[in-house]
Design a protein. Structure first.
Lengths: 260, 329
């Protein structure tokens, strides 16, 4: 076990070093969430006045900001399998497999790297939100909860993405699947609008949507009247899903090893 | 000495309907450089993948340094260095970072690791490029780094799967120099696969010719060459009628065998001086034009053709000359 942890650490280090060599990527990956936060947030700022309400605040950007952190973590996760495909294409994996490296570390490190990036980006998004006047009602603890929700949100889908990458092993297929999963789950959540404002069937669907679990947990700590039970419940759901998808990714990795 | 570093016994493996290994078997002594020579698709890489614990055979047995590849894979992995056919370096990292990571997962740590990495960079002529990202390396540099990755933990056995494929002749020659020095300096047992005859001839103490998943013949390059009697005569033809020429020449007295190879006719004869006049007049009688005739002692090339000849086209997907000659007919 300690060996698996050590090797995961080595592998995460490898990926982060490579990423830091081109830090421009972290910035570029932030363009999309910033567009949502800055442009969409301004465009629809009167949406909180809708009859029926349910926003819990009159500041739309305060409503939106924690959800954008989650959205960013989610979309980042759907793409995280691309790094695995790149390692497969370049035969990096067979080289590692001929060493006593912990097999599980090769999979888990991809998920950890993905979640770490989601957290770093989450901090940046929150700092921009802070500059725009967003206040987290529960203070520092709230920040920790939002970032934990982002990490769990990301790892839940990073595990799925790694597993799919190991099954399809083609970039084009991976892109198609990421889009197929990404947009519907995003729009079937309360990321952009209060759940009370959407059709009944969507409200039902959102209950089962992991993206919505993350949004609920992150938003609860930002808005006044935090329901800690709901926060804990939804974080636990995401944790459970993360464990399940990591197991799925490990299983697909074993399937890949049998094809060498 | 005299201890077997590699024991391979009756390995069989199928990929779907394709029989990759059909009972391949050989032994390599400790300290030896052993070559597996054969066309693409003969089963060389699959054999190495089994020995490097990457894939499991359907049946058969293999041991590296006394450890069974199926039952003690981690012990085998610590004892071996594996240089795969296609480079497995992380192109976004520097040469030094690649080596450091490889060392760490092999359990080399601290000052010993730093010293070993420096030593290897120096040995492989990569010191100046050590802290540059691998993406900018030449093909030869990348390949040398691959070899370094296989050596960082001082393995007992090194697998080199087609170490010079894709390198230009100059880089190949310098790679051979590096490998020869390594074989001497590091007290290594090396298993080398190649489809370059010269490479096997130059580097291997002993070699096995592999065809269709089994060993066809085994011995030192010298023994194998000696096993072919007589001399080789190569006739370069003016037109593409190599197959016709081969059947004409094969029927002549004093000719052991003749085969077509693109625009060339290769034949083995008892005596070159006596055979050449009769070969030339026979070809002349058939109206087949001749551009050049050469004769030489059997090379490993001839050994290779002799043992794999007929199967060569079938196995060698990348085989250009024979394939295109056949297409033109």
């Amino acid at each position: 076990m300690t060996l698996a942890v050590r090797h995961t650490w080595f592998m995460v280090g490898r990926q982060l070093r490579n990423l830091m060599r081109e830090p421009i990527w972290i910035a570029l990956l932030l363009v999309q969430p910033m567009v949502w936060l800055l442009l969409y947030g301004q465009l629809f700022k009167r949406v909180t006045n809708l009859p029926g309400g349910g926003f819990g605040t009159t500041s739309y950007i305060t409503f939106l900001a924690p959800a954008i952190v989650i959205m960013n973590a989610f979309f980042g996760a759907t793409w995280s399998g691309m790094a695995m495909i790149s390692d497969l294409d370049r035969d990096v994996l067979p080289r590692f497999l001929a060493t006593p490296v912990s097999r599980i570390s090769l999979v888990v490190s991809q998920i950890v790297r993905s979640a770490l990036i989601a957290v770093i980006q989450g901090v940046i998004i929150l700092l921009v939100a802070l500059a725009l006047g967003v206040r987290v009602d529960t203070g520092l603890l709230g920040w920790v909860v939002i970032l934990a929700a982002a990490a769990l949100m990301n790892s839940a889908f990073a595990g799925l993405s790694q597993g799919i990458a190991l099954l399809v092993r083609k970039e084009a297929t991976m892109i198609a699947i990421a889009n197929f999963i990404g947009l519907p789950l995003f729009f079937l959540s309360s990321t952009l609008i209060s759940i009370r404002q959407v059709p009944h069937w969507m409200q039902i669907a959102a209950k089962f949507n992991p993206v919505n679990w993350g949004v609920i947990a992150a938003r609860e700590v930002v808005l006044p009247g935090t329901d800690w039970g709901s926060v804990a419940f939804h974080l636990a759901l995401l944790l459970g899903l993360s464990v399940a998808t990591a197991a799925f990714a490990t299983w697909t990795f074993q399937a890949y090893q049998r094809t060498i | 000495m005299g201890v077997d570093a590699i024991v391979v016994d009756e390995l069989r493996k199928h990929y779907g309907d394709v029989e990759a290994l059909a009972g391949v078997g050989f032994r390599v002594q400790s300290g030896e450089v052993f070559g597996l020579l054969g066309p693409n698709g003969a089963g060389k890489s699959t054999t190495v993948k089994v020995l490097a614990t990457l894939t499991k055979p359907d049946s058969g047995r293999a041991e590296i340094a006394g450890r069974d590849v199926l039952h003690e894979p981690d012990a085998v992995r610590r004892a071996i260095g594996y240089v795969p056919q296609s480079s497995g370096v992380d192109r976004d990292a520097t040469g030094r970072e690649n080596l450091m990571l490889q060392g760490r997962i092999q359990g080399v740590v601290g000052q010993a690791l730093h010293a070993r990495v420096d030593e290897l960079l120096e040995l492989l002529g990569l010191s100046d490029a050590a802290d540059r990202v691998v993406r900018g390396y030449s093909g030869g540099m990348k390949r040398r780094l691959d070899v370094g990755l296989g050596l960082v933990h001082r393995p007992q056995v090194l697998f080199l799967d087609e170490p010079t494929t894709g390198l230009d002749p100059e880089a190949r020659a310098s790679m051979w120099g590096e490998l020869e020095r390594l074989a001497e300096g590091e007290a290594l047992t090396i298993l080398l696969t190649t489809h370059y005859m010269e490479e096997a001839d130059q580097l291997a103490d002993r070699l096995a010719i592999v065809s269709r998943g089994r060993v066809v013949v085994e011995g030192s390059p010298e023994d194998l060459k000696r096993s072919l009697r007589g001399e080789s005569v190569e006739v370069e033809l003016a037109d593409g009628r190599a197959a016709d020429a081969a059947s004409v020449v094969a029927a002549l007295e004093g000719v052991h065998e003749a085969s077509a190879d693109g625009r060339k006719l290769r034949s083995r004869v008892a005596s070159g001086a006596r055979a050449i006049p009769s070969i030339l007049s026979a070809l002349d009688a058939e109206g087949i034009g001749v551009e050049a005739v050469t004769t030489h002692r059997p090379s490993l090339d001839d050994v290779y053709l002799h043992y794999t000849g007929r199967e060569f086209t079938a196995e060698d997907e990348a085989g250009s000359q024979q394939g295109s000659a056949r297409g033109r007919r």
